[in-house]
Ligand binder design. Structure first.
Ligand SMILES: Nc1ncnc2c1ncn2[C@@H]1O[C@H](COP(=O)(O)OP(=O)(O)OP(=O)(O)O)[C@@H](O)[C@H]1O
Ligand SMILES: [Mg+2]
Length: 500
């Protein structure tokens, strides 16, 4: 069998099946450079497996947990040894047989062979370094290589890889550089390819831009050379298993308790909501929080580019757009999805991100009995959000007079919630505004609450508060009343004034 090596032989290639001529299976490095074979002449230790002299290495499962806790420094010498051992391993093992094993057994196999190679090559390493090497090599062969320890960490929001030698992560709202690096751009490209092939896509020079999703739901974007000048660039928005709830947002001070109550009324009373904000400001998180107020009996249809939302309701249909295939056909746009939604008897339509002409269809849906629909969009203020909707419709080729478009916007959107990532890295809901109507040709909005910055503490953390703006009866009061929520709304508005 694959893992059986004769105890007397120190030469691993004698005991594992010979490498087939066929190319490596998808789960392996296709870019293994020419291989320095384990030197046959190397003095062999009396027993090939160093297990005897070393304390029992932790099980692969344990090792995995260990590596996930921290990212260790690795020296140049370590990288050189790793390349050497890795090449020897690739030359030794039968990749097609390895692919047949489950992850745990495959890891066990690789560990055994790597330990033999280390022993044969007389590599001098501490036990800790050897463990790191084993873990790295297992990750390279079976997983996403140097990415693995980052993927295993739950505190990272984004992973940004700009070519083989530069990796940044976002932790607690702040971007920091890590010591993670790839062997070369070839290895990085190979990992990108491996990721996108999981969802049936391809990334190479002829189609250098690709969106994908990891098995855990993390959103992935790859842009490869020649478009990315300094090497393959991979951006991952890490999927949070435990999505933030509105309660968490209150705990993090992203919204005040009274502000959260107002959002609850807005969500439950089926206001049509746009969530606006910059990149990574927390729009999708907020949308997900608002969907928690949807009643279990409602039929909800979500349309996203890469499914990120996690609705808890029982009656949800999730739709995803599709890029064109290699021949350039088969593309399904957000507009196609939103249009199709209307034929699916939705109670509410949720659009992950409104970016183009689908804005028109979403507004129409909001206008025609699908109230309580929601979407996010990139904009820096509520006013900018509304004008972006207008330009999306104009650019979508709808030859409607400007006033008609504005009337449509005013008639459809009730509330714009603005999210922002502030300079101290914290994410806040900076305003909740309602769309009041048209005055002349101008859309009038009114803030119900606003986050105001009062100063900064000694650690650079911003100090501020969510304050009411003195609006006693927002425009959605009647809606709240219809849903029997006017008492809750009145109390929340009072509390908001008191909090401020
Ligand atoms: N209020 C918050 N407090 C702390 N972390 C938050 C908050 N809101 C969102 N996050 C975290 O910030 C990251 C980005 O959030 P999210 O995906 O919601 O942003 P986004 O605005 O939708 O980004 P994009 O523009 O890329 O779609 C996620 O890791 C999320 O868990
Ligand atoms: Mg988003």
């Amino acid at each position: 069998m694959f893992g059986k090596r004769t105890a007397s032989s120190g030469e691993p290639s004698q005991s594992v099946p010979t490498k087939p001529a066929a190319p490596a299976v998808a789960a392996t490095e296709a870019v293994a450079p020419p291989v320095p074979k384990p030197r046959a002449a190397a003095p062999l230790p009396p027993k090939p497996k160093p297990k005897a002299k070393a304390p029992e290495p932790p099980s692969p499962a344990k090792a995995k947990v260990k590596s996930s806790a921290r990212i260790e420094e690795r020296s140049e010498e370590f990288y050189r040894t790793k390349t050497d051992v890795f090449n020897a391993l690739i030359d030794t093992i039968d990749l097609s047989q390895l692919a047949q094993l489950d992850q745990e057994s495959a890891r066990e196999e690789i560990r055994d062979i790597v330990i033999e190679i280390i022993s044969i090559k007389n590599v001098v390493m501490s036990i800790a370094e050897q463990e790191t090497l084993l873990e790295d090599i297992c990750n390279d062969v079976l997983g996403y290589g140097p990415l693995e320890p980052l993927l295993a960490r739950d505190d990272i929001a984004d992973i940004m890889i700009n070519g083989a030698n530069t990796t940044y992560i976002e932790v607690n709202g702040k971007i920091e550089r890590t010591n993670i690096r790839f062997r070369d751009n070839g290895q990085l490209m190979n990992i990108c390819q491996r990721i996108v092939s999981q969802v049936g896509r391809r990334v190479d020079e002829s189609s250098p831009i690709c969106d994908a999703r990891l098995a855990d739901g993390s959103r992935v974007n790859v842009i490869a050379p020649p478009l990315a000048i300094d090497g393959p660039t991979l951006t991952i928005r890490k999927f949070k298993k435990d999505k933030l709830t509105i309660k968490n947002l209150v705990e993090f001070n992203s919204i005040s308790p009274a502000g959260a109550e107002i959002l609850r009324v807005i969500g439950t009373a089926r206001c049509n909501v746009l969530i606006s904000g910059g990149t990574g400001s927390g729009k999708t998180t907020l949308l997900n929080c608002l969907t928690a107020f949807i009643q279990p009996g409602e039929r909800v249809i979500t349309c996203e580019d890469a499914a990120e939302l996690q609705l808890q309701q029982p009656h949800v249909v999730r739709l995803e757009t599709r890029p064109p295939n290699l021949e350039g056909s088969g593309k399904v746009t957000m507009t196609d999805l939103v249009k199709n939604c209307l034929r699916m008897r939705p109670d509410r339509i949720i659009v992950g991100e409104v970016r183009g002409p689908e804005a028109f269809d979403l507004l129409q849906a909001m206008n025609t009995g699908h109230d309580g629909s929601m979407g996010t969009l990139h904009a820096n203020s509520p006013r900018e959000a509304l004008s972006r909707v207008e330009s999306m419709i104009t650019m979508g080729g709808f030859s409607l007079p400007q006033r008609t478009i504005r009337e449509m916007i005013v008639g459809s959107i009730d509330v714009v919630v603005q999210a922002s990532r502030l300079r101290d890295g914290s994410r806040k809901i900076v305003s909740v505004s309602e769309v009041m109507g048209l005055e002349g040709d101008v859309i009038v909005t009114q803030d119900v609450l606003r986050y105001e910055i009062d100063g900064e503490d000694e650690n650079g953390k911003l100090i501020g508060r969510h304050r009411g703006t003195g609006v006693g009866r927002p425009r959605f009061w009647e809606r709240a009343k219809y849903y029997n929520l006017e008492g809750d709304l009145a109390k929340a508005i009072d509390d908001l004034e008191a909090e401020g």
